[in-house]
Design a protein around this ligand. Structure first.
Ligand SMILES: [Zn+2]
Length: 188
């Protein structure tokens, strides 16, 4: 995905005082510093690993989607499974299977979003990679043209998975990165 540079503005959510700039050290150093402050104020919530709301959310990794804030979620509420596109790959099914069978979740929420990078690349991405590195990836790019249709087929993949225990409550949405609003996709 590194070759797919999207036209985005710089982060408005950078830690206060940093102005979003990395002045010294690497970005990871900055994260580790932030963790020191987090841990200093942290108290053990004494939680079980089972998500309180018994829900697993599958969403795109897009930096503009703050899943917990956008859905009013608290620490411990849900499983969060994210990847490029929020697509339902075999590995997402693996996580959902463990989520349901070992950790008690029952509902699945799928979230794609407007302006997704997956709409601007195609399966040619694999071919181009092969030409560049001499090896074709085993994985599908899972690019899509129509975000609504991709949410629909993602819902279908979850609903038809033989590994999942609970497929009655599977709903899909498109998050609008400009308004912050979810739009539900009719599965039919
Ligand atoms: Zn995306």
């Amino acid at each position: 995905m590194t070759s797919t540079v999207l036209g985005m503005t710089t982060s408005a959510a950078a830690p206060a005082g940093s102005e979003g700039a990395i002045t010294d050290g690497t970005v990871t150093d900055r994260l580790v510093d932030a963790n020191e402050r987090y841990a200093a104020a942290f108290t053990d919530p004494g939680m079980d690993a089972r998500p309180v709301l018994r829900v697993a959310v599958v969403a795109c990794m897009d930096a503009r989607l703050d899943l917990h804030k956008a859905l009013g979620l608290q620490l411990g509420d849900c499983h969060t499974i994210r990847n490029a596109g929020g697509v339902v790959t075999d590995d997402v099914i693996r996580s959902l299977t463990i989520s349901q069978r070992a950790l008690g979740t029952r509902s699945v929420v799928l979230i794609h979003h407007t302006g997704c990078g997956m709409e601007s690349i195609t399966e040619d991405f694999r071919h181009d990679l092969e030409l560049e590195v001499g090896q074709r990836p085993a994985w599908a790019v899972e690019a899509f043209r129509d975000v609504d249709q991709d949410v629909r087929q993602s819902m279908a993949r979850v609903r038809t998975s033989p590994f999942l225990l609970h497929t009655e409550d599977v709903r899909g949405f498109v998050f609008d990165v400009r308004t912050g609003r979810l739009r539900e996709i009719d599965p039919a």
